[in-house]
Design a protein around this ligand. Sequence first.
Ligand code: PMV
Length: 373
Amino acid sequence: MTEAQFIPKTYTKAVENGSFTWSSPSNIALVKYWGKKKDQIPENPSISFTLNNCKTTTTLSFSKKTDKEKFSFDVFLDGEKKDGFKPKIETFFKRVETYLPFLKEYHFKIETSNTFPHSSGIASSASGMSALALCLMSVEKELLNGQVISSAVDKPQEDDAYFIQKASFLARLGSGSACRSLEGDLVVWGKNDFIEGSSDLFGVKFPHQVHDVFKNYQDTILLVDKGEKQVSSTVGHNLMHGHPFAQERFKQAHENLEAISTILQEGELDKFIALVESEALTLHAMMMTSMPYFILMKPNTLQIINKIWAFRAETGSKVCFTLDAGANVHVLYPEKEATTVLEFIQTELAEFCQNGQFINDKVGFGAKLIKSE
Ligand code: PMV
């Protein structure tokens, strides 16, 4: 697959207006993407659990306009106009225009809402960009009279597969990790030697049978710091350029992806814990050892990590943690431990969260078309 595959054939249907609604979940990486080349090409492969409850729902309404010189759109979050979101979407439109040549022909109204609080420190870019990419793909499908066709082939593509793949490709151009939010339960992004069909251009479903212990895996997100991100992920990725440990880190991510592939199939929980926690701390170590350097954890993040380690040592629980590029902690555990771990979270970890807040989530199965008009 190359980028050219995502340039569509000439549109065949005249469409004046319409509206599509998609909901798309967030995801949490187990092997982390950190460092990118031009056009959101990752420096290393990553794999994530798709989440179920943390999601964005976006309605994209479109109507034909006469002026075809400029992009034209308005953005609303929870019914409130958000001009602050426009530059990011304008950049996204510019990046994907070659692949969605209808963008300047319509005025768009983008209405979006998240199931998680906006200022929770949970990034909405993965769920938001994937929901928007899917809405745009629905528009394209309409313009192609229901048959999504690439300019690179004569026949319509295997419909759903190509639709999702192109949506993932577009989402990646909005926010890298967004390309892992379309399907579930595990998605791999980034070319590597172990996952067949893996690509730098889009996410692919983990192709192997996953052990039962990982079915319905739980993720409770502890909201340690709900403020704006201290360092944007763009700045963070850029700090990997010329980073003294970058090449070793990229190599390690390949090794960890190969290892986790076996772990997921064989259900080796102790190895899963070691790999996932090491990945989280490595991501933060990269930020601590870049120039300029950052500490994204807060004292309460460390309190929680130590509590999790003590609980595991005392009880033999298989609970573990992972981190995003921030202070919040994702607590991961098998479904059969849900009652005991939730009690542990309530009694011992909630006090380290802002206003005692946490969000219960679990592994999910990807985006859904909610409405098309
Ligand atoms: O998609 P971005 O550019 O916001 O980067 C996300 C990076 C991490 O969340 C830290 C790791 C990952 O793989 O999701």
